[in-house]
Design a binder for this molecule. Structure first.
Ligand code: ZN
Ligand code: ZN
Ligand code: ZN
Length: 242
């Protein structure tokens, strides 16, 4: 956190250095996907040598999940195609509003504007052999999307799971779920709430994400039950596509 000298922010443990939450997914049939495009997208792509992205799936349109979209123009050049963006209607509207220069036909050309193609998520759909199942979740009073991909599920910025979404999480093997801090928060699960949801989902492995500096990596992980741990930047996980 900017201007903070707490022990997490001063930690030497690289796992306490956290950029904004995002996923890079490579499928067995070679698709490369991002989940969200936060303000650290450029740094993350450079750090992890990401040179190909076929599409971006959005959980929601908050700044920490979309503000890296301008840097997508580099992928336009590399891939020689517009970038396909998938999100719910609210998220696509937020992208159109936040990046109005991209969608304004009067914006002068030549300055390097990302080329974006927007697709509304209205239910499960396929990217290559991968089935993408949107999982509606609560982020405070606002409905956003979790994602189920085979035996993997990603529920960031979650503060509640509606009854109708639990069946969509049956049989998840690897779960990534948001856990902001120890204290309750109006729009994010606390660690205890995320653990409770994770227990009910029953994945073999659960990783917590979107932590703030209240949750130092090593000390927090020491107190977690088997099969649950904090995620960290650069963590790689393999999950089956079933
Ligand atoms: Zn701090
Ligand atoms: Zn959010
Ligand atoms: Zn967020």
């Amino acid at each position: 956190m900017i201007g903070c000298d707490c022990s997490t922010c001063r930690s030497d443990d690289p796992r306490d250095r956290r950029l904004r939450p995002s996923l890079f997914i490579r499928t067995d049939d070679g698709w490369c996907l991002l989940v969200d495009a936060g303000p650290d997208l450029r740094t993350q792509a450079l750090t992890h040598g990401i040179a190909r992205v076929d599409a971006i799936l959005f959980t929601h349109g908050h700044a920490d999940h979309i503000l890296g979209l301008d840097d997508v123009r580099r992928f336009n050049t590399l891939m020689k195609q517009p970038m396909a963006l998938y999100g719910d209607e609210t998220t696509l509207d937020e992208i159109r509003r936040t990046f109005s220069y991209v969608f304004n036909p009067h914006t002068p050309k030549g300055g390097g504007i990302p080329r974006l193609e927007l697709f509304r998520i209205a239910g499960p759909f396929c990217l290559g052999a991968l089935e993408v199942v949107p999982v509606p979740i609560w982020h405070g009073a606002r409905p956003i999307l979790g994602l189920r991909l085979g035996a993997f599920a990603y529920l960031t910025d979650c503060s509640g799971i509606p009854d109708s979404s639990w069946p969509l999480l049956d049989g998840v093997d690897v779960l990534v779920i948001g856990a902001l801090r120890r204290q309750p928060h109006p729009t994010h699960f606390s660690l205890d709430q995320a653990m409770e949801a994770a227990r009910r989902i029953g994945a073999r492995r659960t990783y917590f994400t979107h932590m703030c500096h209240d949750l130092p990596h090593a000390a927090t992980c020491d107190r977690l039950p088997p099969g649950m741990t904090l995620a960290y930047d650069g963590l790689r996980v393999r999950s089956e596509a079933r």
